[in-house]
Design a protein around this ligand. Structure first.
Ligand SMILES: Cc1cc2nc3c(=O)[nH]c(=O)nc-3n(C[C@H](O)[C@H](O)[C@H](O)COP(=O)(O)OP(=O)(O)OC[C@H]3O[C@@H](n4cnc5c(N)ncnc54)[C@H](O)[C@@H]3O)c2cc1C
Length: 380
C-alpha cells in the first residue's frame, strides 16, 4: 500500500545498509556514546542524506514518503543514526526553501557530511514555548552580532554550522525572530560538554553559547522576522520523520522478541507457545502496522500539498507513545535478560522514550490535534 517501485528500491538500500552496517554497530555505539563518522560517510555515498533535496541542487529529489521509509529502516538499525538523517533533512529543507543562491551552495557540504549541522532553537527558559527565546541578533553595520545560549542541541559538540533562531526585534513577538547560519568555529562560540543521555546515546547533544559573535549580512536565512514561521513550516515533515523513526525502533524490538520467544524454553516448551507471550507479540505487530500506515498517510498528504498538520501530529503522537509501550513489551518477552545491558531490547526501550519528547512533546501534539479538530471539525 502507498509504495511505488522507487520507494521499495530505496527502502531495500536503506534496509540492507541497516542490516549489514548499522545494527551490528549499535550496541557498541550506545555503550561508547560515539559519533559514527564512518557510518555517515557511507550513508552520504549511498545518497541517504537530504532525501528531498532536488536533483538540480545535488540531492536525490525524493518525496516525503521516501524520507519516511528511509527513516524507519535506518531506525530499525539504530535510531541515533536515523536521527542524523532527520536533522540533515530538516536543515536541507530550510536551505532549499529559503536559502539564497550562495547559501544553497552549502548543500553539497551538508549532504556529504563534510560540514555537520545543528538546529538551534531550545534555550534554558524556552523549550515547548519557543516564543520565550532570549538569544538576540542585533544589527551591526550590514551584519549582526549574536548573543545568547542554546541547550540540548543535537550535534552541538561536533557541528560546523548552526542554524540559530534568534530574536531580531524584542517588541515583535513571534514576528521578531530570525534564523541565522552561524559558522560554529567563529570567535565567540563556545560549546558545553556532551550530555550523557538515557537513550540514542550515539547522538551528540550539548549546549552552545554565543558571545558577541560577528555575523555577515549573508548569514540571515530567509526574511528577517520570519524565523518562527520558517521553523514551524518544517515541523510537519520533522514529525513524520520522528514517527517513522519510532516505528523503526519498535520493529527492531518485534524482530528481536519473535526470535527470542521462539528459542527460549520454559516448562519444556518455547515461550512462544504460551498465549500470554503471543499476545504481547500480536499487540506489538498490530500497533507497528497502525503507526506505519499513519506515517505513510501523513507523508502522502505532505507530498500532495494537502493540509497535513493534524495527520503529522497524530502520527508522531501515536508512534511515539506506541514505541515506548511496545518496546517495553519487547523487554517483557525477554524477561530478566531484557533488563540487562547488551540485549538489544534494553537499548530500544531507552531509545524510544525521546520520541515522546522532541519535535514537540506528545502533550503538544495532542493540543495541536484538538486545536485542529475544534477549528475545522471532527471530520477534518
Ligand atoms: C536528546 C534531545 C535532543 C534534542 N535536540 C534538539 C535540537 O537539536 N535542537 C533544539 O532546538 N532542541 C533540541 N532538544 C530540545 C527539545 O526540543 C525540548 O526538550 C522539547 O521541546 C521540550 O522542551 P523542554 O524540555 O524545555 O520541556 P518543557 O517545555 O519545560 O515541558 C515540560 C513538560 O511540560 C509539558 N508542557 C509544556 N507546555 C505545555 C502546555 N502548554 N500544555 C501541556 N503540557 C505542556 C511538556 O509536554 C513536558 O511534558 C532536544 C532534547 C533532547 C532531550
Amino acid at each position: 500500500m502507498f509504495l511505488t517501485e522507487t520507494h521499495v528500491q530505496v527502502r531495500e538500500t536503506a534496509r540492507n545498509f541497516a542490516d549489514t552496517v548499522i545494527r551490528p554497530a549499535a550496541e557498541s555505539l550506545d555503550r561508547e556514546e560515539r559519533f559514527p563518522s564512518e557510518i555517515y560517510e557511507q550513508m552520504a555515498e549511498l545518497g541517504l542524506f537530504g532525501i528531498g533535496v532536488p536533483e538540480e541542487l545535488g540531492g536525490p529529489g525524493f518525496d516525503t514518503v521516501t524520507y519516511a521509509v528511509v527513516m524507519e529502516e535506518l531506525a530499525r538499525g539504530y535510531s541515533s543514526v536515523a536521527d542524523q538523517c532527520g536533522l540533515v533533512e530538516l536543515i536541507c529543507t530550510l536551505l532549499v526553501r529559503h536559502g539564497t543562491g550562495e547559501q544553497k551552495k552549502l548543500l553539497g557540504d551538508v549532504l556529504s557530511m563534510r560540514r555537520k549541522v545543528a538546529y538551534c532553537i531550545t534555550e534554558p527558559e524556552a523549550g515547548t514555548d519557543v516564543s520565550g527565546i532570549r538569544t538576540t541578533a542585533t544589527r551591526d553595520g550590514d551584519g549582526w552580532i549574536l548573543n545568547g545560549g542554546k541547550i540540548w542541541i543535537h550535534n552541538a559538540p561536533v557541528a560546523d554550522l548552526g542554524f540559530v533562531l534568534a530574536r531580531t526585534d524584542k517588541e515583535a513577538g513571534n514576528r521578531g525572530m530570525s534564523i541565522f547560519i552561524v559558522d560554529l568555529h567563529s570567535a565567540g562560540v563556545s560549546r558545553g560538554p556532551k550530555e550523557h543521555k538515557m537513550g540514542q546515546r550515539a547522538s551528540q547533544v550539548g549546549a552552545l553559547t554565543f558571545s558577541d559573535v560577528k555575523l555577515g549580512p549573508d548569514s540571515l536565512l530567509g526574511e528577517e522576522g520570519r524565523g518562527f514561521h520558517m521553523m514551524m513550516s518544517v515541523l510537519d515533515k520533522g514529525r513524520v520523520g520522528i514517527a517513522a523513526l519510532a516505528t523503526g525502533i519498535t520493529q527492531a524490538g518485534l524482530e528481536a522478541a519473535v526470535e527470542y520467544a521462539s528459542q527460549r524454553k520454559q516448562f519444556g516448551k518455547a515461550i512462544s507457545d504460551f498465549q500470554g507471550v503471543q499476545w504481547l507479540l500480536a499487540d506489538m505487530a498490530k500497533d507497528i502496522e497502525a503507526a506505519r500506515l499513519l506515517v505513510l498517510s501523513a507523508a502522502t498528504k505532505i507530498d500532495r500539498g494537502e493540509d497535513a498538520t493534524k495527520s503529522c501530529s497524530i502520527a508522531k503522537c501515536f508512534a511515539g507513545d506506541m514505541a515506548v509501550q511496545r518496546t517495553s513489551d519487547a523487554v517483557q518477552v525477554f524477561g530478566g535478560s531484557g533488563y540487562i545491558r547488551g540485549f538489544e531490547v534494553e537499548r530500544l526501550y531507552r531509545d524510544a522514550k525521546i520520541c515522546q519528547i522532541y519535535e514537540g512533546t506528545n502533550q503538544i501534539q495532542r493540543m495541536i490535534i484538538a486545536r485542529e479538530l475544534l477549528k475545522k471539525g471532527a471530520r477534518s
